[in-house]
Design a protein around this ligand. Structure first.
Ligand SMILES: Nc1ncnc2c1ncn2[C@@H]1O[C@H](COP(=O)(O)OP(=O)(O)OP(=O)(O)O)[C@@H](O)[C@H]1O
Ligand SMILES: [Mg+2]
Length: 372
């Protein structure tokens, strides 16, 4: 596969300086585990994989206790010196969301073991879950460039789409857990609160450096186009196929609850459609076909509506908002790469946004005209 701008940028976004030493982690986990287990336990194997994972650290761990080998995954908040992507990480909140959904729905989720909010053991809070076997659509190289998904047939991809949207509808049908998600401030709607938090994040990441005129224009557009909102639900947040483990094209574990929020369901459906468009556009720019008929906007909307029984509204707004959220995250990731000396500050800050052309045409209302 040829190296492209996008793959280089993805590498840049994972500075090695943010990695913890596996030997140190192994020792610390071996010291921590017996009190969690309530008896003797040993760490058999520990690995720090380099695949997906730009914000938190994911550790793969085999441990013995009670005469069994347990295959685990540890999700650790980033160390402050790694210049984390987000200003705060609430791993315990992610744990509680998974716990709530496991207890109240049939959503495919990893088995939960423990949440450790005390940073003493590993230098940052973490939680431990069961390891789930299966395949994740890769981000690096994006699955559209060639992967088990491009090698699959249309029927398999249709199965994956339907089962993924069933999963999404199931999450949206769950009761909203008490005291887990940030509530809107007085006088704010859930969507307004969502936009406010994104704006705060952008202010934090752009403080003391040149901002992005495109992002700032995007925020003005969003403020001017806020729709009437559907009934708020628990939204997954990072609702994309790259955060699902599949077996035979069926979800077996929904991962990554960092961006979960209280808000309209359209946020998740739009994010799912947009993230595929993001990868598809990069693939077409590289001169490759990608998967132009996979996760098509109209198909996703129709299928989700049929499964959930809820009509989706104002998708043009939510898709543009998804592109803006992604632009802010991308801007932040590039700031981080510049901080680590792995990228240079471009002459035009908008060039830090890989999909700037997409966001520009969405703001102009022309993007979807060219999509089959
Ligand atoms: N319970 C699990 N079982 C098996 N593999 C897992 C599990 N949790 C995470 N992984 C692996 O680790 C990868 C990264 O997980 P996750 O998406 O939760 O992390 P992340 O740091 O938020 O990633 P990103 O920021 O890129 O979305 C997954 O793609 C998967 O390969
Ligand atoms: Mg992820």
């Amino acid at each position: 596969m040829p190296e492209t701008e996008s793959t280089r940028d993805s590498e840049v976004a994972r500075p090695t300086a943010s990695r913890r030493d596996p030997k140190w982690l192994r020792t610390r986990l071996a010291e921590w585990l017996p009190q969690a287990v309530g008896g003797p336990a040993t760490v058999r194997h520990l690995e720090v994989p380099s695949a997906n994972g730009m914000s938190s650290e994911t550790l793969v761990l085999d441990a013995d206790w009670d005469g069994d080998v347990h295959q685990l995954v540890v999700r650790v908040a980033p160390l402050p010196e790694s210049d984390p992507v987000f200003p705060a990480y609430d791993l315990d909140r992610q744990f509680r969301i998974i716990e709530h959904l496991s207890a109240t729905t049939d959503t495919a989720l990893p088995q939960l073991y423990w949440s450790e909010p005390d940073p003493a053991a590993l230098g940052a809070p973490f939680f431990v879950m069961g390891r789930v076997e299966g395949l994740v659509p890769p981000d690096v190289m994006p699955y559209t460039f060639g992967s088990w998904l491009t090698e699959a047939d249309d029927a398999q991809r249709a199965l994956l789409t339907g089962k993924t949207l069933e999963t999404l509808a199931m999450i949206h049908a769950a009761d909203v857990p008490d005291n887990v998600l940030d509530p809107p401030s007085p006088g704010e709607t859930p969507l307004q609160a969502h936009v406010r938090r994104l704006r705060d994040f952008y202010r934090w990441t752009s403080a003391g450096r040149p901002g992005s005129p495109l992002i700032e224009r995007g925020f003005r557009w969003v403020a001017e186009h806020l729709p009437d909102e559907s009934t708020p639900v628990l939204t997954w947040g990072d609702a994309r196929i790259g955060n699902i483990i599949y077996r035979d094209f069926v979800p077996v574990a929904v991962l990554d609850w960092e961006m979960a929020a209280y808000g309209p369901r359209e946020l998740d459906v739009a994010w799912l459609i947009f993230l595929h468009r993001f990868f598809q556009d990069l693939t077409e720019m590289a001169g490759l076909p990608g998967l132009p008929t996979f996760l098509r906007r109209d198909d996703v909307v129709r299928t989700y509506e049929r499964i959930s029984g809820h009509e989706l509204r104002d998708l043009d707004f939510y898709l543009t908002y998804a592109a803006l959220i992604h632009a802010v995250v991308m801007f932040r990731i590039q700031c981080r790469a510049i901080h680590f000396g792995q990228a240079e500050q471009p002459a035009y800050t908008d060039d830090m946004i890989m999909h700037r052309a997409t966001l520009e045409s969405m703001l102009a209302g022309t993007y979807w005209e060219h999509i089959r």
